[in-house]
Design a protein around this ligand. Sequence first.
Ligand code: SF4
Length: 289
Amino acid sequence: MAKKKTGVFEWAEESVNIQLGCEHNCLYCYARYDAVSRYHRCTQEQWENPVINQKKVDLSYHKKIKAGVMFPSTHDITPKNLSEYLCVLRKLLDAGNQVLIVSKPHWDCITVICENYTDYKDQITFRFTIGSASEDVLKFWEPGAPNLTERLSCLEYAYRQGYKTSVSCEPYLDAWPSHVYVASEQWITGTFWLGKMRNFKSRVDFSKSNAVDITKYVVPLINAQEDSVVLTFVEQMKDWRGVMFKDSVQAVIDKHRIKQGKANAEAVVSGMMRGRGSFTGKSRRDQTA
Ligand code: SF4
């Protein structure tokens, strides 16, 4: 059986990155967790002050990757790395690749990409990450990233320029992912992805959070990760245009489908046991008469 694809591999066969670190400094960042805590490639301070890997920028990238490439996946596109980003993007596009651009988008970057790559529109999909429709919530979880207004403006701009657009509400950051959908849907040509914050306890960095932040932002998100809440989102959004559930949400759906399947099977068996008398050809009423 083919292995189920998870994480970024649900979206692309390969990913390309050209720097270590990301000034967006999201509290839940899996790339930061890997680089700082797990593999000790850099310190927290270095993570917040990224360094471009010139060797990766200089690679030829002549290979066409069948199922497309995601660029970037372990950092973002910012004004500081834009010229190197454009250089590698051009090489990937020239090689004929479909490129998925995942970003908490900066206006100064997305407008430049849109204007410079009009000949490659068919090869580019923008997927902008918007985990909440609340500026406060975004500011807490993604302190260095553009605000909601800037992200929506980028989405609208790319859409109006004729590019393929999509939104990732992964991780969703509060109990109202439907508000993100409502705010962004008119500028989406493709999919809207809903996913949970994975490995909450091990990956999230609360070292700079105070008690008020924990009460205001962390506890509500922990509650919103409960299966019952996830299933409410699923029920509400499952038929909305473009909505897709990431592996983390799909796992909750599958778990409850299995449970429901078992409960149904047990109900059938117990019904058969209760109705055994009818196998004699007599109804219950006949038997008791
Ligand atoms: S934008 Fe992405 S790579 Fe950058 S810190 Fe946030 S989650 Fe990590």
